[in-house]
Ligand binder design. Structure first.
Ligand SMILES: *[C@@H]1O[C@H](CO)[C@@H](O)[C@H](O)[C@H]1NC(C)=O
Length: 458
């Protein structure tokens, strides 16, 4: 050993001389153990930082620039670097040490989708074209200003929707010729089965914005059956016969589809309802007030589930709305019947998807992002931000179903659990058994964990 490094080492030893050598900060650094607060690097994206537990870092909230350093491994960045995107994806830049393998991309942000701008509104979509893992469902985010109309149309996919803001009027015709009209606002849903013709119009004062879900990832907003498109492509002589009027009546109908356009301001439902003597009202309920459902209250938030049990017409789409408190965890679970298509309404989250065969990958999400979790893959949603997290979990299924890891282990013979997980640490096994003794499904959990090593904040 050369003189200079010797004197450096002596200096370090003098600094920590009160601490036994095997537990000195230097030894802990070499062993990859967390350092006591005063020796620890404050910034988790530095070579001297150690975290064997892969704690989440809210790089946006804390104003940190994620860099590829992990427990002493890694290196700085020399080439071009998109800082904003790095901040939005801290767990891609520096994945947890538990991530492994090649799980395909499971994240998309609507802001990266092409936006179609029309008179009085706009629309953009996240389908299998934008996100190849969006196989079972496709999503559309649409805005209609006051009076703007998404014109009369139908399509082969069923349509489920959640109103994100403002208010909207929906109209439809059911399979038996009954008409349906309803006005909806934030937190309300609609569902139109395959082929059911319908329309949407933004109401007073600022119209509406909503999320549409279609039960096939290959759906495209450009491929719906639109009234004006059909008129424009049918001989006028035939339209004339169909409506028992002279063909001149139809001379000035639109020559191409209108899609989204500024309509006149709508009156009340009572004023607008068709009143002819053969008009009949639908017996079906195509809409539902999701946020008016009584919430299932968990230790870390609120859950509202809407599926064909409480919204019978919605045979192919089931959903859960989650309100997650700061620091809470949507517990480790999986869904046996369908891929999850999640939409983040508020807050910041990380999700690790476990895909068997030793593979797992972590993604970060924020408001306006879409996440996919293929069916049966284990996962959690962790609120890593400084505000509540609001998420929709949406499925191509008639009923919402999930398995809770906590509940499963609590309802499995004790000996088997300990033999499997704690054969090397019986004392830890005792603690674990005590905790799972009364298993409850706590979908959003907010545990109070005492950890002596981790009391220092960044
Ligand atoms: C409607 O939009 C205007 C202008 O953007 C805004 O000032 C107003 O607060 C909005 N009203 C509501 C009820 O959201």
């Amino acid at each position: 050993m050369r003189f200079s490094s010797n004197s450096l080492l002596l200096g370090a030893v003098a600094l920590v001389s009160a601490i036994p050598v095997q537990d000195s900060p230097r030894q802990r650094l070499l062993d990859g153990k967390p350092l006591p607060g005063k020796y620890r690097s404050k910034n988790p994206y530095t070579p001297g930082y150690r975290d064997p537990y892969d704690t989440a870092v809210d790089s946006i909230g804390k104003g940190l620039d994620p860099l590829p350093w992990r427990n002493g491994d890694g290196a700085s960045v020399l080439g071009p670097w998109n800082r904003e995107r790095a901040r939005q994806n801290p767990d891609l830049v520096r994945p947890p040490s538990t991530d492994s393998g090649n799980i395909p991309n499971l994240r998309w942000s609507f802001v990266d989708s092409h936006i179609r701008i029309e008179e009085g509104g706009w629309t953009r979509q996240t389908t299998i074209h934008e996100l190849p893992t969006s196989i079972e469902l496709a999503g559309v985010n649409m805005r209609l200003d006051h009076g703007a109309i998404r014109e009369l149309h139908w399509h082969k996919e069923a349509e489920w929707a959640y109103v994100l803001s403002g208010s909207v009027r929906v109209t439809a015709l059911d399979y038996e010729g009954g008409n349906f009209i309803d006005d909806l606002s934030q937190g309300d849903l609609w569902y139109f089965p395959s082929g059911v013709p319908h329309s949407l119009q933004g109401l007073d004062p600022n119209g509406t914005e909503f999320l549409l879900i279609f039960d096939d990832g290959r759906f495209s907003e450009e491929s719906t059956f639109i009234l004006t498109d059909w008129f424009a492509h049918t001989p006028k002589s035939v339209i004339s016969k169909n409506f028992h009027l002279a063909p001149e009546v139809f001379e000035r109908v639109p020559k191409r589809e209108k899609y989204i356009f500024q309509g006149s301001k709508p009156g009340s439902i009572e004023e607008e309802e068709p009143k002819g003597k053969n008009v009949k009202k639908s017996k079906y309920q195509f809409t539902h007030r999701m946020l008016e459902q009584e919430a299932h209250v968990t230790s870390g938030g609120k859950v509202r589930i809407t599926d064909s049990k409480n919204f019978p017409i919605s045979k192919t789409v089931a959903a859960a709305h989650l309100d997650m408190e700061v620091g809470s965890l949507r517990e480790m679970h999986w869904h046996p019947d369908a891929d999850e298509w999640s939409f983040f309404i508020r807050g910041r989250a990380r999700v690790t998807v476990f895909a068997a065969e030793g593979t797992a990958r972590t993604f970060d999400y924020q408001a306006g992002d879409v996440g996919i979790v293929p069916k049966n893959m284990g996962h959690f949603i962790e609120n890593i931000g400084d505000e509540p997290l609001e998420v929709l979990e949406i499925f191509r299924a008639d009923e919402f179903r999930d398995f809770s890891l906590f509940q499963w282990l609590g309802e499995t013979p004790r000996r088997m659990v300990v033999d499997t997980l704690f054969a090397d640490d019986k004392e830890a096994g005792e603690k674990f058994l005590k905790e799972i003794d009364n298993p409850v499904k706590d979908e959003i959990t907010l545990p109070d964990i005492k950890n002596d090593e981790e009391e220092d904040d960044l």
